[in-house]
Ligand binder design. Structure first.
Ligand SMILES: Nc1ncnc2c1ncn2[C@@H]1O[C@H](COP(=O)(O)OP(=O)(O)OP(=O)(O)O)[C@@H](O)[C@H]1O
Length: 388
């Protein structure tokens, strides 16, 4: 344990009141005070707006919203390390979270450190006891049309927000599967090794499928709460994986046994393919635009964006309800993709969610309806100050 008090258990807003960066991307040093509610970062292309959101996204486990190697995150010309420090203000008083990679850690890949109130955290997952962060970036615009791996990642990040053990489960499954793939590539016929690995894969794989199926069930119910003729359309969501559909109808032990048998029976086929062909690493998130009764990938760019915003806002609501912590939202380049009506609708939903929401854009004017209701900051190549 970290030796710090547990998370607050009531639904109240936690917000970042101060963010400090050292050698992070294009920031040598930065320290800014932040308001609760909406915060708008505006500035030219390449000024460092997304970098600020990325820093905040690294206050959760994982590689942040760009999924960048730490060596890329550390400032060019620095000592190879970086640090992010946030002061959180919430119902239980201030909490200090620090994370980063020490300078001189050549590859920067040995893992970043996390400190909570000055004490070393056991793992990055400990940060989830204090804050939840939900993001939407332009890179996600291709979520419905891009590779299934991106949708699985999107899904798993959402599961993580309601079930912090999911990250470890996914790592354990990956590790076991890589072991099996190595055996397949070697042409091994060592039945005992295969049996041991496949038992592990069945156990972790079914747990992953069950967690995803539960998330989809909860998220679907939350999406149903979006107004039916609103600016962010309702979506029908489901999972394509066989395991995910089985876990809803059979006992986990039976599904586990069937998956273990399927893996054992599929050894020859997988040996020929050179990799494991069945399992939760192949399943997909299937999304349909409900009002149009159409697969999301066939919808227009704007329709896909509106669907995505609806799903992300529903996920934020779900995270708040499940964790008891109102999540912090990161909405990169959000205004550019939404018409004035949808922007206004988004801003009022953010107010209703009562969350701290960071939004970026090159043009602060797109956020002018938030004047007096948001903090406006101008980002200028390594510095951040109030927008005049
Ligand atoms: N490791 C690094 N060290 C120094 N500078 C970096 C590093 N990584 C990225 N940058 C710089 O950060 C800037 C990009 O910042 P960012 O992506 O936050 O811009 P932005 O304001 O969101 O721009 P846009 O409006 O174009 O999306 C670029 O100038 C890039 O060269």
């Amino acid at each position: 344990m970290t030796g710090v008090a547990k998370q607050p258990e009531h639904d109240q807003q936690t917000h970042i009141s101060k963010l400090s960066l050292t050698n992070f991307r294009n920031y040598a040093t930065l320290s800014i005070g932040l308001d609760p509610g909406a915060v708008v970062f505006s500035g030219d292309n390449g000024a460092g707006k997304t970098n600020l959101l990325e820093a905040i996204s690294l206050l959760t486990p994982g590689r942040g919203l760009r999924r960048a190697p730490y060596a890329d995150v550390a400032r060019e010309g620095g000592d190879g390390g970086f640090a992010i420090h946030a002061r959180l203000d919430g119902p239980d008083g201030p909490v200090e979270i620090g994370t980063g990679v020490a300078g001189g850690d050549a590859a920067g890949e040995s893992g970043r450190r996390v400190r909570i109130n000055g004490a070393a955290a056991r793992s990055a997952e400990d940060m989830l006891e204090w804050l939840r962060v939900v993001w939407l970036t332009p890179a996600m615009d291709a979520l419905f049309t891009g590779p299934a791996a991106d949708r699985r990642r999107f899904l798993d990040r959402q599961v993580l927000a309601i079930d912090p053990g999911h990250g470890q489960r996914a790592l354990d499954y990956e590790k076991a599967m890589r072991g099996r793939n190595r055996l397949l590539a070697e042409g091994s016929r060592d039945g005992a090794w295969f049996d041991a690995i496949e038992t592990q894969m069945a156990e972790t794989g079914v747990a992953i499928a069950a967690a995803r199926a539960e998330l989809v069930r909860l998220l679907a119910a939350m999406i149903d709460r979006l107004p039916s003729a609103g600016p962010f359309p309702q979506a029908d969501i489901g999972l394509s994986g066989a395991l995910e559909s089985e876990v809803g109808t059979s006992a986990a032990v039976d599904v586990e046994e069937r998956f273990r048998q399927a893996l054992a029976e599929g050894r020859d086929r997988d040996r020929a393919a050179g990799r494991t062909l069945d399992g939760p690493h192949r399943s997909d998130l299937v999304v349909r635009h409900r009002p149009k009764a159409m697969p999301a990938e066939l919808c227009s760019t704007g329709e896909q964006k509106a669907l995505l915003v609806g799903m992300v806002l529903s996920h934020a609501r779900l995270t708040g309800e499940m964790s008891g912590m109102t999540p912090i939202l990161l909405l990169d380049e959000i205004a550019a993709h939404l018409d004035a009506g949808r922007r206004a609708a988004l801003f009022s939903i953010l107010e209703e969610l009562n969350c701290q929401a960071f939004m970026t854009g090159t043009d602060a004017a797109l956020f002018s309806s938030l004047k007096g209701r948001a903090q406006f900051l101008t980002v200028d190549h390594g510095t951040v100050g109030p927008t005049i």
